[in-house]
Design a protein around this ligand. Structure first.
Ligand SMILES: [Zn+2]
Length: 71
């Protein structure tokens, strides 16, 4: 049985544009930049308790950009 094995080290970061914030980002694959990835993970992860230990969100957090997107 042949399984495809992909090593992240086989891919060099490319000068791409983040699909979420549109900012420039050095990425190995088309997608989101690191800050966006972190935000998404914190927002949607079911394991946020672990993050809460080191990240205390302000009460007045930034509105959810995805939820407010109305176009
Ligand atoms: Zn981004």
């Amino acid at each position: 049985m042949a399984l495809e094995h992909v090593e992240i080290g086989d891919y060099d970061p490319l000068d791409l544009t983040c699909l979420r914030c549109g900012g420039p980002a050095m990425l190995r694959f088309v997608g989101m930049c690191e800050p966006c990835t972190s935000q998404i993970r914190e927002r949607f992860s079911g394991e946020a308790r672990e993050i809460d230990a080191v990240y205390v969100p302000k009460m007045n957090v930034t509105p959810n950009a995805v939820a407010l997107k109305d176009d």
